[in-house]
Design a binder for this molecule. Sequence first.
Ligand SMILES: [Zn+2]
Ligand SMILES: [Zn+2]
Length: 417
Amino acid sequence: MDKIKKIKGFSDVFSPRSDSYTLLEAKARDIFFRYGFEELRVPILEKTELFARSIGTETDIVQKEMFTFPDRKGRSLTLRPEATAGVARAYIENKIYSSRDISKLYTIGPMFRYERPQKGRQRQFQQINAEILGSTAPETDAELLLMLNSFLRDAGFQKLSLELNSLGCPQCRPDFLKAVSDFLSRQDEEALCPDCRRRSRSNPLRVYDCKINTCREQIKKGPVLTEYLCGDCRDHFQTVKRLLGISGVQYRINPNLVRGLDYYQRTTFEVLSEDIGAQSAVAGGGRYDGLLKDLGGPDLPGIGFACGMERLLLILGEAPNPQSDFFIAPLSQKAKEIGLLLACQLRAKGLRGDVAFEGKSLKSQLRQANKQQAAACLILGEEELTRSTVLLKDLSSGEQSEIRQEDLLTALPLSRQ
Ligand SMILES: [Zn+2]
Ligand SMILES: [Zn+2]
C-alpha cells in the first residue's frame, strides 16, 4: 500500500527542534508577562472576508498566498495568514474595550501562506504576535519596540538593527498617494510588472513592496513618504525616535518600508539580524489605527508586531538535545517493578529519566543509557534487590558505587542545573 505523505510546505517537528520552539515561546511569554501582556488564543480559521477587508484586496497575501476554501455550506473560509486580523475581530466581538482602556495581548500559533517553500519558510509557520490596543501615544510604540528588542536579545540575538518608517495617516497619506500615482504615471509602463501597473492606480503604496527588481528600482526614485507627513504624524514619529534614542536602541529610517498589509498607519518597523552574516528580517509590525473601525468596531487605535519562529530558529540554531538525569537498567522481572517505583519517586522530585522494560542484556541497556545522554545508569541486579540498593554508574566518569535506594536522590550526579 502507498504511504500517505504530508502536504508540501508542511512539516513534522521532532525533538530537539520541538524543544527549540518550546524554549523560544517560554522566553516570549516571560518577557511579555513582565510588560503586562495577556495571552489571547484565537481560531486559526476565519471567514475569508475578515482578511480581505483588513489586509487589503490588493496585497500579495490576499491575492496569491491564502489557503481559502468553501466549507460544507459553501461559505468561504481562510486559514489565517497572519494574526492581527483575528485578534482585532476577537477584540471587537468580545467588547474587550468596554472593560479596559488599554489591552496588551499576545498570541502564539501557526499561520498559513501559500508560498514557494524554502529554508526558513514553510506554508504552515509559527508566529509570535503582540498587540497593544487602545493607545495612540507614541510612548506605546516605543514600549512595544523595547519589549521586542528585549525578547530578541534574550532569545540570543546580538547583531540586531531596527528599521523604522511612518506611513502617515488618513489626513496626510492621500497627498503622498497622489504623488506616487503621478510619479508612476510618468514612468515607462513597461518598467512595471503587470501587478504594479494595476496597483499604480488602485493602491500605489503596494508598489513599494513589489519583490520584482525592475519595480524596486523604479520606486526607489519615487516620492519619499516621510516628506509628506502632517504635523501630528511628524510629531508622533519624532517622539518615537527620541524615546528609542534615549533607550539606547539603534535604528535606521527606511522610507520604503511599507510592509505588505494595507492596514498600517504611522509607525511601521522591521527588525533585521546579521547574526549569521547576511541581513534577514526577524520581526516586523506597525500601527493600525484605522483597522478596528474598518472591521465594524470602535474607532480605537492599535499597534503590534509578529516574529516568524522558523526564521528565528534558522538564525539561533537548534536547542541542545535534552539530557536525562538517570536511566534505570533492571536485570530481572522483579527489578522492573522496583525500577518503575524508583523512577516515579525521582521524577516526583523533578528529575528526568527512563526505565528499560524490554529485558535486554546489561550491555545493551548501558548503550541505551548513553544514547539518551543520561547522567547516570542505575543497575538493579539480584544482589542489589536483596540489599535494597542500586549500582550507580556515573556515565561521564565511568565510576561505579553501590548506594541505598533511599539515598538515590542525593547520590545522583545531575545532568541539568
Ligand atoms: Zn498624518
Ligand atoms: Zn511590481
